[in-house]
Design a protein around this ligand. Sequence first.
Ligand SMILES: NC(=O)c1ccc[n+]([C@@H]2O[C@H](COP(=O)([O-])OP(=O)(O)OC[C@H]3O[C@@H](n4cnc5c(N)ncnc54)[C@H](OP(=O)(O)O)[C@@H]3O)[C@@H](O)[C@H]2O)c1
Length: 316
Amino acid sequence: MFDKTTTAEQVLDAYSNLSRHKTVLITGCNCGIGYETAKQFYRGGACVIMLCRSEDKMLAAKDNIISEVSNENNSCGTIECMKLDVSSNKSVKNLVEQWSTRSDTSIDTLILNAGVSCIPLSYTEDGQESTFATNHLGHFALALLLLPFMKTKATHGVESRIITISSSAHKTGEIAFDDFNWKSRWYGIGNRAYNDSKLANILFTRELHRRLKRCGKSEDIVAVSLDPGFIYTEIGRHSLMIKLYSFFAYNKYVPITIGAATTMYCALCPEIKGGLYFKDCAEETPYEKVLNDKVECELFDVSELITGVKFPFSEQ
Ligand SMILES: NC(=O)c1ccc[n+]([C@@H]2O[C@H](COP(=O)([O-])OP(=O)(O)OC[C@H]3O[C@@H](n4cnc5c(N)ncnc54)[C@H](OP(=O)(O)O)[C@@H]3O)[C@@H](O)[C@H]2O)c1
């Protein structure tokens, strides 16, 4: 039904009644793929919660979404803004604390979308390399802390979903347990740190699914990861090299609305199974050489240790 030319609008239209009134949290959605995803969910009548680090950018994006969608004269949803710097353990914990005081805390869909790529080597306030902290550790902590709020009763026949935006860059990633902070490896322009973090996204999802399964929760909370494709966004803004490459490779990019399609598909398609990886609105096998159950389990344990955030459910 869908393929690599499918747009986010087409996925939404196919499952239009399924997005209505869903509570959808999206990290890093003031621009790029996240913005398009937030817009489509709003268009589809969802209660969208934008989680962004810059309040100004977030409010401007919210206004833009509302004006773009209301021009279409649809019965749209709602949008709320909550500040989150996903690279900061403190900010993640503050956000969850704030969330827990709401009158309705239940979540249908959590989209772990924020990302940085090819940034100069830097460290967060928690002492972690910034790419790994933003793309993996922060999302790991956020997902685990929000797990108790994920709905355990399906809305419109679709159970709750945790969707992590990975990339085909995972194929050349590695999980360097002895050097997450790039003290002994050559960091270069940061592309290898990006690849590692995108591999971590997939391995985290697979292990999260396994742990949910052992607790009897994998039917209620479905965790998947995906590759959105090659989309011209602001992801290359930190690197002159990537900007140059983007300029020359411009005709290889797909429109942003296609870039958000697989996220919409993973959120709305009733038949999605946990632990899997998707691309072009279909299941895809991640690069098999980088998959390893033992590494996935160890990465999960180490991420718990680094962030101080534990998987909240006990095994049955
Ligand atoms: N574009 C592609 O071709 C492509 C391909 C494969 C995978 N992806 C993945 O798709 C996702 C979205 O990327 P994009 O292409 O849409 O890039 P983008 O336009 O640069 O958007 C990235 C978003 O993440 C936010 N962000 C960065 N660091 C953050 C932090 N510490 N806390 C909260 N938000 C933060 C950015 O906010 P600011 O504006 O404040 O920086 C921005 O909203 C990423 O996970 C990326 O790895 C993209």
